[in-house]
Design a protein around this ligand. Structure first.
Ligand SMILES: O=C(O)C(=O)[C@@H](O)CO
Ligand SMILES: [Mg+2]
Length: 254
């Protein structure tokens, strides 16, 4: 079985932010990810991680976005100065929190200029922080209308153009299923070399499971394919629990 991490921006949200760490540890997780930790002093998040023996796998950049704002702007021509400013800021957080991965969000954009901007921004980030690993993730059009990176083939094209060893794919079974209707096929085609994996059922983005209320993805088969591919990173549970308490949604772990 893969090593599973908990996304604390979606899991354990029935608890205040700083209490989610202990809840994740109690549930057996050894690693977590946090999409936007920027409203909280990094030292408080760091303390919660250490107190609960947790590793931080990933944070998102550039902030702030997503909670009502723009979902990133790395692909927006003209936003380069702001991009660099925000990457510098997110690097300070990543450093203090020992976040292994930074997810760079492309934002709403279209066309060749957007693609060139995204590639150039990612190259700048990769060269500016060669010891840091960055990811990009295709997001589906229903959740993120107009988002530039909305397809796995496009992500592969962007990564080939960026051509840096510290920039890689963030595969999310939920988005892969929503975009292409075939989460397993997308893993088989694009999973090799992925830096990070996230999971959630589609279309309802609930806990991994199959059938009524969850959708068609066979997660046991997907986990086997991920293991067989040699992927050694974390597989992060990024879903909205269908149960009131997150721990009651964790049956899929066993
Ligand atoms: O929406 C997702 O899926 C993500 O992984 C997020 O990082 C976007 O904020
Ligand atoms: Mg995701």
């Amino acid at each position: 079985m893969p090593r599973f991490a908990a996304n604390l921006s979606l899991l354990f949200c029935e608890l205040p932010y700083l209490d989610r760490f202990a809840a994740a540890a109690r549930a057996g997780f050894e690693a977590v990810e946090i999409l936007f930790p920027y409203d909280i002093a990094a030292r408080d998040t760091r303390r919660a991680l250490i107190a609960n023996g947790l590793q931080l796998v990933l944070i998102n950049a550039p902030p702030p976005n997503y909670t009502g704002g723009m979902p990133g702007f790395a692909a927006l021509p003209g936003g380069e100065d702001r991009f660099r400013h925000d990457i510098r800021r997110v690097l300070r957080y990543a450093d203090e929190l020992r976040a292994g991965l930074i997810h760079v969000m492309a934002g709403p954009a279209q066309g060749a200029a957007a693609q060139e901007t995204l590639v150039a921004n990612l190259q700048w980030a990769a060269d500016h922080a060669p010891g840091q690993r960055f990811t990009i993730e295709p997001l589906n059009d229903t959740d993120q209308p107009g988002y530039f990176l909305n397809d796995y083939a496009l992500a592969a094209e962007v990564l080939a153009a960026v051509d840096r060893p510290n920039v890689g794919l963030q595969y999310d079974a939920y988005h892969a299923q929503m975009i292409h209707g075939d989460a397993a096929g997308i893993w088989d085609r694009y999973g090799a070399g992925a830096f990070h994996v996230q999971i959630g059922a589609a279309p309802d983005r609930s806990e991994p499971g199959r059938g009524p209320g969850h959708g068609p993805v066979d997660f046991a088969a997907l986990f086997a394919a991920i293991d067989a591919s040699g992927y050694a990173g974390w597989v992060s549970a990024e879903y909205t629990p269908s149960t009131r308490r997150t721990e009651d949604s964790l049956g899929w772990l066993t």
